[in-house]
Design a protein. Structure first.
Length: 134
């Protein structure tokens, strides 16, 4: 292989890396749009306490690792992959986890519930005085 061939291969390799970066950015943007469009509520700490143990283990593992495939979760948790897939579907239906594409692979991540902003009364001092009975 000549010097010119090596330079051409290196050039093509750099172009492929740039294309991969662009595709990753597009995937990230599309995943964010899908998440926004779904409008699911996400999981709150109180919801986590109500989950059966296997479901809770999946949510906790995803919280630790960020994103994982069913195969990765089944290996990490010592569970059958088909069981994990079924539990993932249950968690998706509840809005607790989301499916995302990462480098062409289907993975899952936890959807944390957003805190609802509390409305403060315009006359906050009057409202506080009513609460304490003045």
């Amino acid at each position: 292989m000549g010097e010119e061939d090596i330079e051409m291969y290196l050039f093509v390799l750099e172009e492929l890396k740039e294309i991969r970066r662009r595709v990753d950015k597009i995937e990230e943007t599309l995943n964010a749009e899908v998440e926004k469009a779904r409008g699911k509520k996400g999981i709150a700490m109180s919801d986590l306490l109500d989950l059966r143990t296997p479901l809770r283990r999946i949510v906790l593992e995803l919280t630790k690792v960020g994103r994982a495939s069913p195969a990765e979760l089944s290996e990490k948790l010592g569970m059958e992959e088909e069981s994990v897939k079924g539990m993932i579907e249950s968690l998706i239906e509840r809005g607790y986890i989301n499916e995302v594409m990462e480098r062409g692979e289907r993975k899952y991540e936890v959807s944390i519930a957003k805190k609802k902003p509390k409305k403060v009364p315009l006359d906050i001092w009057g409202a506080l005085e009513k609460k304490i009975g003045r």
